[in-house]
Design a protein around this ligand. Structure first.
Ligand code: ADP
Length: 335
C-alpha cells in the first residue's frame, strides 16, 4: 500500500486537464459555481455528485463529501485503475484566484515530509480546480469533540504537538508559513497510517523568505489572516507574521485539545485578543505538567524572522507528560 502510494505520487500533473477529455457520467455538477456564492460565500451545495468521474489520463469516481472548508470541498473517491481510495479537493476557480494552485505547489514541495498527504493527480474541469491526494481520517477538531470530556490525553496532545512541529519545521525550511494551524487542519491518517498526523489546507500559506535567504519586506499593516480563535497576538495586532506565529497557533490548538480554551464561546476579535493576553500573562497549564509553561516563554523570545527552536519545543512537550511514549495508542485507535 505504502509503496504504491509513493510510486503513484510520481504521476502528478498540473492543472492541464481539458474539459473535453473528461468523461462525464450522469449529472456531473449539481450546480454551477455562481450558485455557491449566493449565501454569503458559504458553500451551499455539493460541487460534485456521487458517481461523477473526473480525470483524463486517470479516472477517479466521486463517492461522498468528507469535508468542506471555507472555500473548497473534499470528497472521497476511487482511483478506478488501482482501486485505491483517495481524497479529491475541489475549489471553484473564481473563489480566490490561485488559492488551490498555491496549495498544490506547496504540497508538491513538501512530498518528502511524512506529515503531508501524498499528491496523486490534479486537474481542472468546469471552472473548478481539483487535487487528488491521499485520503485521511478525521480532523482533530472532530476527534476531540467525540471524546467524553471533549479533551485529549496529555500523551496524545504531546504527540500531536511533536508531529506538527516536525512538519512545520519542513514548511518553514522552504521559507513558507501556513497561517491557519488549528485542530480542524490536522487530520489523523487511516489504516497503517493511523498514528501519523497530517497538516492540511495550505490555501492561506505565504512565502516570507526568498530562496536567496532574504526576507520579503515587512509590511506596516498586514490584513488579518487565519482563524481568530487560534491566531497569534501578532496576527491580532495586524503585524507581519513570521515562522513563530504558526507555532503560536499550534500552542493554542494544543491547549484546546488538552484542556479547552477560555475564549471558546467568544466571537469578538478584541475580546479574544484580551483573553489570550490574560492567559499568557501568567500561563499555567491545568492538565499538562508545569514544564509545558516553558513553551510559550520560548515562543515569546523568538523573533519574526528566526526559526523557532523545534528540538527544544519537542523536548518541552515530552517532559510535559511524565510517562511519555512515542508509540502508545491514540484515543481514536480502536474506532
Ligand atoms: P478549505 O481549504 O476549503 O478550508 P481544507 O483543506 O481545510 O478545506 O479541508 C476541509 C476539511 O476536509 C478538513 O478539516 C478535513 O477534515 C477534511 N480533509 C482535508 N483534506 C483531507 C484529506 N486528504 N482526506 C480526508 N479529509 C480531508
Amino acid at each position: 500500500q505504502n509503496k504504491q502510494i509513493v510510486e503513484k505520487s510520481f504521476l502528478i500533473r498540473f492543472f492541464d486537464d481539458v474539459p473535453s477529455f473528461v468523461s462525464i457520467q450522469g449529472n456531473f455538477f449539481s450546480k454551477m459555481e455562481e450558485d455557491h456564492k449566493v449565501r454569503g460565500g458559504k458553500l451551499a451545495t455539493n460541487f460534485m455528485e456521487k458517481g461523477a468521474i473526473i480525470g483524463s489520463k486517470r479516472a477517479f469516481r466521486i463517492e461522498k463529501m468528507v469535508g468542506g472548508g471555507g472555500f473548497g470541498q473534499i470528497y472521497r473517491a476511487i482511483d478506478l485503475e488501482s482501486r485505491i481510495v483517495v481524497a479529491v479537493k475541489v475549489e471553484p476557480k473564481s473563489t480566490e484566484s490561485g488559492r488551490i494552485v498555491l496549495e498544490l505547489n506547496i504540497l508538491l514541495l513538501l512530498q518528502h515530509c511524512v506529515n503531508i498527504p501524498k499528491i496523486f493527480y490534479s486537474g481542472e474541469v468546469n471552472r473548478m480546480n481539483y487535487i487528488v491526494m491521499q485520503l485521511l481520517g478525521k480532523n482533530l477538531g472532530d476527534l476531540r469533540k467525540y471524546q467524553r470530556h471533549r479533551t485529549l490525553s496529555n500523551i496524545t496532545t504531546a504527540r500531536v504537538g511533536i508531529q506538527c512541529l516536525q512538519c512545520l519545521k519542513e514548511v518553514h525550511n522552504l521559507g513558507y508559513i501556513h497561517r491557519d494551524i488549528k485542530p480542524s487542519n490536522i487530520c489523523a491518517g487511516i489504516g497503517e497510517h493511523k498514528r501519523i498526523l497530517y497538516i492540511v489546507d495550505f490555501g492561506m500559506a505565504r512565502k516570507i523568505r526568498n530562496d536567496d535567504g532574504t526576507f520579503r519586506p515587512e509590511r506596516t499593516y498586514a490584513s488579518f489572516r487565519g482563524t481568530t480563535r487560534y491566531v497569534s497576538i501578532t496576527a491580532h495586532e495586524r503585524k507581519e507574521q513570521g515562522f513563530v506565529d504558526d507555532i503560536w497557533s499550534l500552542f493554542f490548538s494544543l491547549c484546546e485539545l488538552s484542556e479547552g480554551l477560555s475564549w471558546k464561546n467568544l466571537t469578538d476579535q478584541d475580546e479574544i485578543y484580551l483573553a489570550k493576553k490574560i492567559m499568557l500573562n501568567r500561563f499555567q497549564s491545568r492538565k499538562l505538567s508545569r514544564s509545558f509553561e516553558a513553551f510559550p516563554i520560548l515562543l515569546e523570545k523568538t523573533e519574526r524572522t528566526e526559526m523557532p527552536d523545534y528540538p527544544k519545543l519537542i523536548e518541552i512537550l515530552k517532559t510535559s507528560c511524565p510517562n511519555f511514549e512515542e508509540c502508545s495508542e491514540f484515543e481514536w485507535d480502536a474506532e
